[in-house]
Write a protein of this length. Structure first.
Length: 480
């Protein structure tokens, strides 16, 4: 040995939070509000991973409704990834900017077919110049059998319509819907041009998800991953689609190419937060923040499907990585996302207590209803696939998707993979998994006497445990 001292690297199972005096009566008294990045606030500190077996629009919608955020993976064409982002942005919005429309002389048959293909229960009727002329709702047509009738004979005409003016406040819109007992409120410009639609159904959805993480327009928050290859071009379209945060997806984030991409993104998109990573050292955090990062993602090799540490012999145990990076990031006023290795709610509490502002999760969410793909039955149980992005399976599919030659695909998959793939048990709706994680985190904070995450950072005290301590921590049965 050269005489260099070894630093100690600790992971989740090496430590426990030491309980402190607490006078917190109920979990309701604990706030989980946090920063995902410099300008994005979440109501729970949980992020779903940008992996092709974890986050597309369905998962991202569930995450944002619960108060967190999902990051749409980048192993899609730019158009497909943009479509996924748009689905999240449209899932809950106060004003539908481009509602579906029809014309007065269209037949009932045609109008119904259009309503069905678009999955809507009403159409706004407009004239040549976009002027609002009426509304046709499912109530207007429910007992009609003559499919040749014209929309003009069935619609509620403009003269009898209650409308809102462009720029109407949410409170006023709600009052109009309520007073007139209507489901739809068309929005018009001063010259009666159709400018949008507000629906009672959207207000109901908003009330159901009171903790939802939303932008200033009332739309759900969503992130999207970009890589080195087409990062700026992809980001251009993602930002135009309304993506709230760009997440740089690079295994080794403290790399010249990662810094170059980060600088390019920050130069091009002044109003969109960029999350950089993955890194595990204080030096890397300060380099990325200096290059413009609005949050830094921490974790090399802790993930359930990662084999980087085995293949490359590189990485830092996750708790040490979080503590070191969080200390550096706090001084620079940038939040840390602890990415990978979360096995249970206790690990979420440890990661946040160690200084992270949020945790990114893959494996625990991969078996849920909302992860991409259907479950399959095998060995008498329901399962879904989970795999590392650098796994042989993922690389093969990526090559296939990009229609690269089979030879090239085989060469690519022949490289030592730094990820693995395996099946996970199907677990149903991700909302239930989230509830358990949130409950456990709040319980952990309560044991530390902390009512908010910033207080938790100050109060969290850790004890290092031995293997015997770890054995003692796990529930045991069949004791003599
Ligand atoms: P969990 O433990 O929640 O971790 O499943 C999710 C994180 O794992 C990372 N990831 C990888 N790391 N090789 C790696 O070394 C891979 O193939 C791989 N795929 C995903 C990623 O940071 C993710 O968020």
């Amino acid at each position: 040995m050269s005489g260099k001292e070894f630093k100690l690297g600790l992971s989740f199972d090496d430590i426990l939070l030491v309980p402190h005096y607490s006078n917190i009566k109920s979990r309701k008294d604990i706030s989980l509000r946090t920063q995902f990045s410099r300008s994005i606030t979440l109501n729970i500190p949980i992020v779903s991973a940008n992996m092709d077996t974890v986050t597309e629009s369905r998962m991202a919608i569930a995450m944002a409704r619960a108060g967190g955020i999902g990051v749409i993976h980048r192993f899609l064409s730019i158009e497909e990834q943009v479509r996924e982002v748009k689905k999240v942005k449209r899932a809950e919005q106060m004003t539908i900017d481009d509602p579906f429309t029809t014309r007065k002389n269209v037949t009932l048959g045609e109008a119904l077919a259009y309503m069905q293909t678009q999955g809507v229960s009403s159409l706004l009727v407009t004239g040549e110049s976009g002027a609002l002329e009426g509304i046709l709702t499912s109530r207007d047509v429910r007992f009609k059998t003559d499919m040749d009738m014209k929309v003009s004979e069935l619609m509620t005409p403009r003269a009898r319509l209650v409308v809102g003016k462009k720029g109407i406040s949410q409170a006023r819109a709600l009052r109009l819907l309520d007073e007139h007992k209507i489901e739809k409120l068309p929005i018009v410009s001063p010259r009666n041009r159709l400018a949008g639609l507000i629906t009672a159904a959207d207000f109901r959805k908003t009330r159901e998800h009171i903790h939802a993480a939303k932008d200033t327009e009332g739309q759900l928050l969503v992130g999207a991953a970009v890589g080195v290859k087409d990062g700026v071009e992809r980001a251009e379209q993602l930002v135009r689609a309304g993506c709230d945060a760009l997440v740089i997806d690079i295994a080794h984030g403290h790399h010249a190419r990662a810094v170059q991409l980060l600088r390019a993104l920050k130069k091009r998109f002044k109003k969109t937060d960029v999350v950089a990573g993955n890194v595990v050292t204080a030096r890397a955090v300060s380099d990325l923040v200096r290059a413009g990062a609005d949050a830094v993602k921490v974790g090399i090799g802790p993930g359930a499907a990662c084999s980087t540490r085995v293949v490359a012999g590189s990485g830092v145990p996750q708790i040490t990585a979080i503590m070191e990076c969080a200390a550096a990031a706090r001084k620079l006023r940038v939040p840390i996302v602890a990415d990978g290795g979360i096995k249970n709610s206790g690990d979420v509490a440890k990661a946040i207590g160690a200084g992270a502002s949020s945790v990114m999760i893959g494996n625990l969410f991969a078996g849920s209803l909302e992860s991409p793909g259907e479950y399959y039955i095998e060995d008498g149980g329901a399962h879904k696939m989970y795999r590392g992005l650098a796994s042989r399976e993922a690389a093969y599919d990526q090559a296939k998707r990009e229609a690269r030659a089979p030879l090239e695909a085989s060469l690519l998959t022949g490289r030592a993979p730094e990820g693995v793939g395996f099946r996970v048990s199907y677990k149903g709706e991700v909302g239930r998994i989230l509830e358990n994680l949130v409950d456990g985190l709040q319980s952990g904070m309560s044991y530390s006497g902390a009512r908010a995450i910033s207080e938790f950072w100050k109060k969290a005290e850790f004890v290092r445990i031995t293997e015997a301590g770890m054995k003692e921590s796990a529930p045991r049965t069949n004791q003599a």
